[in-house]
Design a protein around this ligand. Sequence first.
Ligand code: C2E
Ligand code: CA
Ligand code: CA
Length: 536
Amino acid sequence: MSAPTLDRVIDVVARIDHSGELAFMSEPGLSWFGVTSTVQLPTSFFDLLHPVEADAFREQLASLPDTFVIDARLLKGGNEVWANLRGYQLPDARQYLICILDISPWKSDQTALRHAAEHDELTGLPNRTALRHAFEDLKQQGVFTVALLDLDGFKKVNDTFGHGMGDAVLKETTRRLGKLMGANDVLARLGGDEFVMLLAGANATDAGARLTSVLLAIARPYDTAPHNAYLGVSIGLAEYPLHGDDYSTVLKNADTAMYFSKNAGKNRITVFTETAESVDFSINAAIHHGIQEGEFYLEFQPQYNIERRLVGAEALMRWSSRTFGRVPPDKFIPIVEESGLMPFLGKWALRYACHQLRRFHELMPDFVMSINVSPVQFGGEDFDTLVLEVIAETGVDSHRVILEITESTLMQSQEKTECALAKLREHGIRFSIDDFGTGFSSLAYLTRLPVSSIKIDKAFIRAIENPCENCVSDQKLVTAMIDLAHNINLKVVAEGVETEEQFNFLKQAGCNLIQGYLLGKPVSGAAITSLLEAAA
Ligand code: C2E
Ligand code: CA
Ligand code: CA
């Protein structure tokens, strides 16, 4: 084969001796390496090799093979480039003819291919293949737990909002789960809405306790504009090597346990057992348990009039869970609503708040208590009767009770809601529209229904601060809301007031009541009692 022909298929032809000394390089080879003449060429071929390849290459030469083939990284103008090197020992001298082929495009394809073969395209998570490898790796380190997760309600999201939104939910799920993973844990996607976690070093019991945080993370609303979607997750756990000593068995057992979670009512964790008994780790169980064990309580956030006199408080629910720790109401209330327990918990809150109000009245008879009511409580049977029962039972003055309802309460089953509102209003109970401005307020409701006040949402109050181009219009919006409310004889409460600047603006705009961290955070009933005693 003549050199010119060879040059067309081979990038570099070189000759070296068995110690790596460079004896010759072809013209195309010189230009491939970016050198213009042989003078610039290093004397040793090792100077053209990436340092990490040096030992392997030296060994190759030392064994004096007739031929050799290796893939190695070369240095080309300071950059590393993958190349295929073929060496042929020349008959007379102890020299090698080396043919070098640039394989970097192929190598990067190969890396991309390997990545694609082991990762899920949508979420970028390891797939089945990679999971199996990770499983084998973790086996070297002893005990670990495999958690198989299957989302509850995902099909509904796909059907209702379309596949694009379904994909977005899977990505968001990946993000939420990713945050809960330890450094040595592995998160993989099996496909569809099925995920697997390998929890390094954890037995199934520890894993079960840890994964309660997954239930909470998935229970948070998913932003599937224009509406939120609520999902759950059914989890099955199997421990290596207790529940199997190979990949297929452990995964199959985790799957069995996962189905057990589905069948037992979803949104829970089941540990695999031969008898398939399950420990109920569900949030519903935790809430039931929490109510029985007194883990729920109320705090009261003081409300002040514009002269900064304490006039009332809003009752805010708190859950200090033995399993989950302190869970904010924004997280647990949607779950309680979904689970059907809200009427029960809402009634408890109402009773608790009214009992507390009775005690406050001993110190300040006109103190007003605002109590939040979820839309699902209104949808339930005889909400009005229930409220009146609690009022009668606690002996509290109904004129000092305000129920905070949301715009969505007003939107649903209008007739039923209107009847309940009217009946309660007859008994002196007042209503306030919570989070005013964030929903689809129909001004007609405000005039037609027995509403006595609006609570401007904290998002608007926050925007009052740092007047900037946009905030000017936000300020105007707040002023307009206050004017509108006053024109139809409604009082205005501002919530989330955090600064003097906001307070002064609201005072000037004519706002009636102020609630927020500036004047007081939510505190215990005893703390409100102390405030009342101090004010007396
Ligand atoms: P919400 O009714 O809008 O309650 C006001 C929320 O704003 C409370 O959050 C309160 O702690 C917070 N807040 C008050 N002042 C400030 C402030 O100056 N700055 C900031 N950044 N936040 C302030 P919380 O207690 O976390 O309650 C969140 C939501 O949970 C409530 O929003 C309400 O929708 C719901 N919730 C709380 N308790 C109950 C309840 O007993 N029943 C029902 N149905 N919902 C409740
Ligand atoms: Ca409220
Ligand atoms: Ca609010």
